[in-house]
Design a protein. Structure first.
Lengths: 160, 711
């Protein structure tokens, strides 16, 4: 009972840390500009992030950067800014799927698979272990004189 | 006008294709006749031998074709369209050689050449197991046929320029590729990609012939490790090239071409781990077969993704018409794999079962889950734009922000498993062993976290703490893994020292030589941890950009950069802008850097800019300076300065991984039976092997019996 309560507390703490990690983030305009500039793409065709496009004379990035400054200074939220850019330049201007809807699937699937995979392995191991115990002979193992058994033991004690 | 060498190259490719077709059909016929005892006009074993020899000859034919293309580059034969577009007269000799793989057709020819090279070695070393090698050779010839058909029909490297009149000079090699690492990176990467064909061919062949036992794994282990090593080196060289040449301050941009190389690496790493369960316990046979199938198919899928134009990439040959070929080949491969798998399903029955959750076997399962999840996530991110377009008609972009958010937790889990896995015993680990083996790593984790926090790493003080939290966890876990590895070495070396009287260092060397695979593996793990520490340093990157006149300075991360001068120069190949910058650290001048921006082919309609980054590198951080260009009005240079902590740890980590892999490839000093003898006197001091070593002690005398030497 105590064990279950401790586990529950542990899970709650882990969840709290996870939420704290993912939810923290509001900062100064400069920091926000830098963060948002790394979540937008340059539209000149260089396939670089907006603030990493290093073309001098790039026809697109100065305009985009100026618009980003304006948006950040206006105090708009991140999602409003992303929506603004997506409306202006199409969804490919966002460096990650950030529009909501089907875009959320991109973020959920890897973590869902991780959880499913971990749970699957634990269940599989428990099933295999139960089967192993069920199939295990009740009589003591024969002495290791059989050549096949000797080979098996040799394999199992091969310490690589 | 006659063109003897291009014609010779074309004919060589046709001859290679004919030889591979013969290898495939004669090999298939011979193996079918032998498997079902069917009579043939020619004795099946003789037919099989002619198939092998045709396969050997195909290598010479493809080598001739590759030679013809290089010859055309060196003799400036611009009548060949490929040479016209990837070389010019002023190009240095080394880069003319590199033009072989700088474009679509040439790189496919390199692929075919390396594949035939691997096939050549495989067919030469056929005596280890003639029938299995014959199966592998026949399967490999089928892959060769695909690439040769591609070269003959869809992407001919010897096609002449339209009109047939050779221009006076070529367009030259992409200046971004004119960098020494670029001369090595593609061949290394391709050696990795192509090399996975060999374990794939052996696995499929072993399954087709219902090969008894696990010997095929022993045969292919070295092939797989060498291939994995090439791929690792290829990826690392690509990262270093991107860092030193592209001038955006990073080394990994999550571009689809980069992702295409990472996916087979991850799947291949999973296979290298998982296959140990089959070798030692006869388990996971079906899983392992699929892992190697998937790894091979990922090399093809990656090529399909990046060469078909399906996803957009910053790399050169993203748009082409060969996608349908790769789709067909991929589907055909999948069908063959599925058919063979289900036909021979009963042959892959497991010999043992899992006994405990706390066992080496279960750690391998978790390791496989994480590696494959990482692989899937990369594939998912790469393909998501296509899925999104299919779903709602709008194409999205999946770039660094997605991967930087999703991949770090997966990577941290992997480091955790890197530390835990080797501490668990095969079959089952007792609580006492867990307690004993985990004390040092746990202390190392806690001490590192405490020291880092006390020395100023405070994630909670950051506006976006995600990166610094991940880094704190990565550094701490890394310390734990290093402690676990060190403890393993110390335990083993202590036993050897007791037995031999050598000092600890010599004992550790002897220990490694006695079991190169195990301790080489630990060194690889150590290298991976060092790499991860380097990657985690990216959370603390800083940068500043400024237009700099004489005497202007930028202050970033403890460095002060002062502009002393800026100027222009011109060479026959390029025009260059550069700045002379003095670098000060803690008030002392430490170096002078000269970042450049070059314009290649300046007076042509295909002028191309290239940065030459100036880097001052230390173990703590890189000062990375880029000449971004000149302000058109003031004429003054725009300089961007990055301070990138711990980047050198990445390169050092890869170096350690290479060293560990080479050690793991060396045969061990003593046979296994002798080593079991050595271990039996001190079972309690060996790592986590409580359940195994007492058993070894009981049967030690039997195992060491001279009449039964271990194979």
């Amino acid at each position: 009972m105590l064990k279950r309560a401790a586990l529950k507390r542990l899970a709650q703490s882990a969840l709290l840390v996870l939420v704290a990690v993912t939810m923290l983030g509001a900062g100064t305009p400069d920091t926000r500009f830098d963060q948002l500039g790394h979540k937008l793409m340059c539209t000149c065709g260089c396939a670089e992030l907006l603030l990493e496009c290093n073309h001098v004379g790039c026809p697109d990035s100065p305009g985009l950067i100026a618009q980003l400054h304006t948006q950040v200074d206006s105090g708009a939220s991140d999602s409003t800014i992303f929506k603004y850019f997506a409306a202006q330049y199409g969804p490919t201007v966002l460096a990650a799927p950030l529009r909501g809807g089907f875009d959320d699937v991109a973020w959920i699937v890897p973590f869902a698979l991780l959880i499913l995979g971990l749970a699957g392995i634990v269940l599989l191991l428990r099933y295999w272990r139960a089967r192993h115990l069920r199939l295990a002979p009740s009589a003591p193992a024969p002495p290791p004189t059989d050549p096949a058994l000797r080979d098996r033991i040799r394999d199992e004690t091969h310490y690589e | 006008m006659s063109h003897p060498m291009p014609t010779f190259g074309e004919l060589s490719l046709l001859l290679a294709l004919a030889l591979c077709v013969y290898t495939f059909f004669s090999g298939t016929l011979a193996l079918w006749a032998m498997a079902y005892n069917r009579p043939l006009a020619v004795a099946p074993d003789r037919l099989r031998e002619t198939s092998r020899r045709a396969g050997l000859a195909s290598f010479i034919a493809v080598a001739c074709a590759a030679f013809a293309l290089i010859w055309a580059a060196f003799t400036n034969d611009f009548s060949v369209d490929y040479i016209l577009h990837h070389s010019n007269r002023a190009l240095a000799g080394g880069y003319k050689f590199a033009s072989l793989w700088s474009g679509q057709e040439g790189s496919l020819l390199l692929w075919a050449f390396l594949l035939s090279g691997y096939g050549f070695v495989l067919r030469l070393r056929h005596k280890g197991d003639i029938t299995l090698t014959a199966y592998a050779s026949t399967i490999l010839s089928a892959i060769q046929i695909f690439f040769l058909l591609l070269l003959v029909i869809a992407a001919p490297p010897f096609a002449f320029v339209p009109g047939g009149v050779a221009p006076a000079d070529g367009f030259g090699l992409n200046p971004l590729l004119q960098y020494p690492e670029m001369a090595i990176h593609p061949p290394m990467l391709y050696l990795g990609y192509v090399g996975f064909s060999v374990p794939f061919a052996f696995a499929l062949g072993a399954l087709m012939m219902r090969y008894p036992g696990e010997k095929w794994i022993h045969i292919t282990r070295r092939w797989t490790m060498v291939t994995w090593l090439f791929l690792t080196v290829g990826i690392m060289l690509g990262m270093h090239w991107a860092y030193a040449v592209l001038g955006w301050g990073g080394y990994w941009g999550w571009d689809p071409v980069e992702n295409a190389s990472l996916m087979p690496w991850l799947a291949g790493t999973a296979f290298l781990h998982s296959v140990m369960m089959q070798e030692k316990r006869g388990m996971m046979k079906r899983w392992n077969v699929w892992l190697i199938f998937i790894t091979f198919m990922l090399t093809i899928l990656g090529t399909l993704l990046t060469r078909s134009g399906l996803v957009s990439s910053v790399h050169a040959f993203a748009q082409s018409s060969i996608g349908d070929w790769f789709v067909s080949f991929l589907v055909l491969t999948l069908v063959v794999c599925l058919f063979t798998f289900f036909r021979q399903y009963d042959h892959l029955k497991t010999e043992n079962h899992f006994e405990a959750l706390g066992s080496r076997e279960s750690s391998f399962l978790f390791n496989n889950l994480i590696l494959l999840l990482a692989c899937f996530t990369v594939l998912w991110g790469t393909l998501f734009p296509v899925l999104s377009e299919y779903w709602d008609g709008t194409k999205t972009t999946v770039n660094a922000p997605f991967y930087n958010r999703v991949m770090p937790p997966i990577g941290l889990f992997l480091i955790f498993l890197t530390g835990v896995g080797p501490l668990l015993a095969w079959r089952s680990t007792s609580f006492r062993a867990v307690r004993r083996n985990f004390i040092a790593p746990c202390i190392a984790i806690l001490v590192t976290a405490t020291v880092l926090i006390l020395s100023g790493l405070h994630p909670w003080a950051d506006t976006d703490p995600t990166g610094s939290i991940y880094s704190l966890v990565c550094f701490s876990l890394g310390a734990g893994v290093i402690a676990a590895i060190a403890a393993e070495f110390l335990r083993g070396a202590g036993v050897v020292r007791t037995q031999t009287g050598k000092n600890l260092l010599s004992a550790a060397v002897l220990l490694t030589r006695r079991n190169t695979r195990r301790y080489g593996g630990y060194i690889i793990h150590f290298g991976i941890v060092i790499m991860f520490i380097g990657l985690a340093g990216a959370a603390f990157n800083q940068s500043k950009e400024m237009e700099m006149g004489f005497g202007d300075s930028i202050q970033v991360g403890g460095y002060k950069v002062i502009c002393q001068s800026f100027s222009q120069d011109s060479t026959p190949e390029y025009d260059t802008d550069f700045a002379l910058l003095d670098v000060f650290h803690n008030g002392t001048k430490i170096t002078r850097l000269t970042p450049e921006r070059r314009i290649y082919f300046p007076d042509t309609d295909h002028a191309q800019a290239s940065t030459v980054v100036a880097i001052h590198s230390t173990l703590a951080a890189d000062l990375y300076v880029v000449f971004e260009g000149r302000n058109a009005d003031s004429g003054r240079p725009i300089i961007k300065v990055f301070v990138n902590p711990l980047v050198n740890w990445i390169w050092a980590g890869v170096g350690i991984v290479i060293l560990g892999t080479l050690i793991a490839l060396v045969p061990p000093l003593l046979p296994v039976s002798r080593r079991v003898e050595v271990l039996t006197p001190a079972p309690s001091r060996s790592s986590g092997s409580d359940t195994v070593l007492p058993l070894a002690a009981k049967v030690g005398a039997q195992l060491a019996a001279p009449e039964a030497p271990h194979a």
